[in-house]
Ligand binder design. Structure first.
Ligand SMILES: [Zn+2]
Ligand SMILES: [Zn+2]
Length: 411
């Protein structure tokens, strides 16, 4: 059987039998919908549905591989041109994707192939093909526990460090969901948020990403004739408290190996800091904090440490998803055609313990497939692979995952 026909019939069964599970978005008649299909690559958009039943009927009849809806609300969502739709507002959406987070596992499990000469390799794609010099690549970005755990921690940080304390967003206004692939989506729905224009959303992004944050404006400076160094306290509001807390975190985690990777001119000073870190951390945690705590940490070194701290504290969000007020986003409870995993809505208190490789699996049974080339992966409690050019019988969820990723074929 052809792979796309097989996946279409499986997804069709899912939509048919999970009738009650599919949760359409709020105000669905004001939303634009878009879909992708296994049989052809194009996105079909500018569709609208009046009610839940219409959407479900469509899902069962047409069986899309991927289901999207607009974060925006429109007067006439199904008009074919954007300006004709009548934009009325937009939810605030954040996308956290492992693609944008540095993780050590990528060199092991990501692969690229030159579309011109067929050269291939592991890790992220090179700038130019080492064999033919061209720069057209196919990439297989894999997903593993390390990537998805990193993305999850970023999602928790975004909600707990930024959206709650700094933006005053209420728990009830937030929906978190696993994207079904390499990350998490956070939806904020409220009347105030709806009206925010694209430029203001870009300012929200700048704030969360710490763009242009200057520690001096948050209190880290020299004062008086004595040039005493003062700085923010850990319970300060917004970035000032965040800088203080993450400077403490940076110093607590600093060790000799890390110092060796720093610029030569800094090593000596940082090594003394490593030796005295307990004292420094205690002094910085006091109320008020004591920043002028070591003779050889001058204000310039403090600023450099604060920069590192800002880098640790910032939120890793994908900018276009938040700033684009006409973008389509995956529908929670639908399936992700890149993996066959459920786009799983989560309660905030479930997020920390959530296991995407178990809890977003929906298919049961066994299937034999021909695997081209895959690294080790986990589904449920079981670890599979690596496999190269072989026929393997796998639990259906694992087989569907490989078929969707395009690294296996039906036999
Ligand atoms: Zn090449
Ligand atoms: Zn990984």
């Amino acid at each position: 059987m052809d792979t796309s026909n097989f996946l279409t019939s499986l997804f069709g069964n899912y939509y048919n039998h999970s009738f009650v599970k599919i949760k359409p978005p709020s105000n669905m008649s004001s939303r634009e919908f878009g879909f992708m299909f296994f049989r052809h690559g194009a996105v079909i958009r500018h569709l609208g549905f009046e009610n839940d039943d219409q959407l479900r009927t469509f899902l069962i009849r047409e069986v899309p591989s991927d289901v999207f809806y607009s974060a925006a609300y429109y007067n006439q969502p199904s008009m074919p041109k954007m300006p004709m739709k009548g934009w009325e507002g937009c939810d605030l959406i954040f996308d956290i994707d492992a693609d944008h987070i540095e993780t050590s596992c990528k060199d092991k499990h990501d692969r690229w192939k030159c579309q011109v000469c067929g050269e291939f390799g592991k890790g992220g794609k090179p700038e130019n093909c080492p064999k033919c010099g061209k720069s057209k690549f196919e990439e297989v970005n894999w997903l593993c526990d390390i990537c998805l755990e990193a993305a999850k921690l970023e999602a928790i940080k975004l909600v707990e460090d930024f959206l709650f304390p700094d933006f005053g967003i209420h728990k009830k206004e937030i929906t978190v969901c696993f994207s079904g692939h390499r990350g998490y989506h956070i939806h904020v729905e409220s009347d105030i948020v709806k009206e925010i224009n694209s430029q203001a959303r870009r300012e929200i992004i700048d704030y969360i990403k710490g763009n242009g944050i200057n520690p001096e404006f948050h209190g880290l400076q020299e004062v008086g004739r004595e040039r005493l160094i003062i700085g923010p306290a850990t319970d300060g509001k917004g970035w000032s408290g965040r800088i203080a807390r993450y400077v403490i975190k940076f110093i607590s985690e600093l060790d000799e190996n890390q110092v060796q990777r720093e610029d030569k001119s800094l090593r000596k000073k940082l090594l003394t800091l490593v030796k005295e870190k307990q004292k420094v951390v205690t002094n910085l945690s006091r109320h008020p904090p004591l920043w002028d705590t070591m003779r050889n940490i001058d204000i310039n070194l403090w600023h450099l440490i604060a920069e590192r701290a800002i880098n640790m504290a910032k939120g890793e969000i994908d900018e276009p998803v938040t700033s684009d007020i006409r973008r389509l986003i995956r529908l929670p409870t639908s399936l992700n055609g890149k993996t066959g995993f459920e786009v799983k809505p989560l309660k905030l208190n479930e997020l920390a313990e959530f296991d995407p490789f178990s809890e977003s699996q929906v298919f049961q049974g066994q299937l034999t497939i021909h695997i081209i080339d895959v690294p080790t992966f986990r589904i449920g409690e079981e670890i599979f692979g690596p496999y190269t050019d072989e026929k393997v019988e796998l639990p259906l969820a694992a087989a569907v995952f490989l078929l969707c990723k395009g690294v296996a074929k039906m036999v």
